[in-house]
Write a new protein. Structure first.
Length: 170
């Protein structure tokens, strides 16, 4: 059997909902969700750093839960909702989470930010008024390897949570 025949044998027709849009595609059973998002759909906001599920750069929301897209096979997302950093904005204006992170943390190198922002979004969906411990726990799987700004990231995430709490209180 040739490589081409082997690849075609291991392809499944799959329907995934990405950022609210239904995507029907024949997907290789070996393709990770991160590869599918970046290479097939061109959604490059999902970063791949370690490619081992250790750094959190590739964090997306799968049915509202944060997952490392490098450790999930794309076919495992069949019939499920995937939200990437691109889907968070829903338009041309940055989401409030983006704005507060940028204001509080500054741009940094930005490589880890999509995953951190998605983890923060998941936290706020489940707990709109998290404690400091909740924020630290939610971001525990996201590492800032390049600029080493983890304390600043925690501060920025807390600022996001405080801003959301004020909005919720209205």
């Amino acid at each position: 059997m040739t490589d081409q025949e082997n690849w075609q044998e291991n392809v499944k027709p799959t329907e995934i909902f990405v950022n609210g849009k239904r995507i029907n595609s024949d997907i290789s059973c070996r393709l990770t969700l991160a590869e599918f998002l970046r290479e097939t759909l061109g959604l490059t906001g999902t970063k791949v750093d370690c490619n081992r599920g250790e750094c959190g750069s590739c964090t997306v929301l799968l049915d509202g839960d944060p997952v490392y897209a490098c450790t999930v096979l794309a076919v495992e997302a069949s019939g499920r909702q995937v939200m990437t950093i691109e889907g968070l904005t829903g338009g041309t204006r940055p989401h409030l989470i983006h704005e507060v992170f940028f204001k509080e943390f500054g741009p940094g190198c930005g490589y880890c930010m999509p995953g951190i922002i998605m983890s923060t979004k998941a936290l706020l969906e489940k707990n709109p008024t998290p404690s400091v411990y909740d924020v630290i726990k939610a971001l525990d799987g996201n590492l800032c390897r390049r600029c080493g700004s983890d304390p600043c990231i925690i501060e920025a995430a807390l600022a996001v949570c405080e801003k959301f709490a004020r909005i919720e209180a209205r």
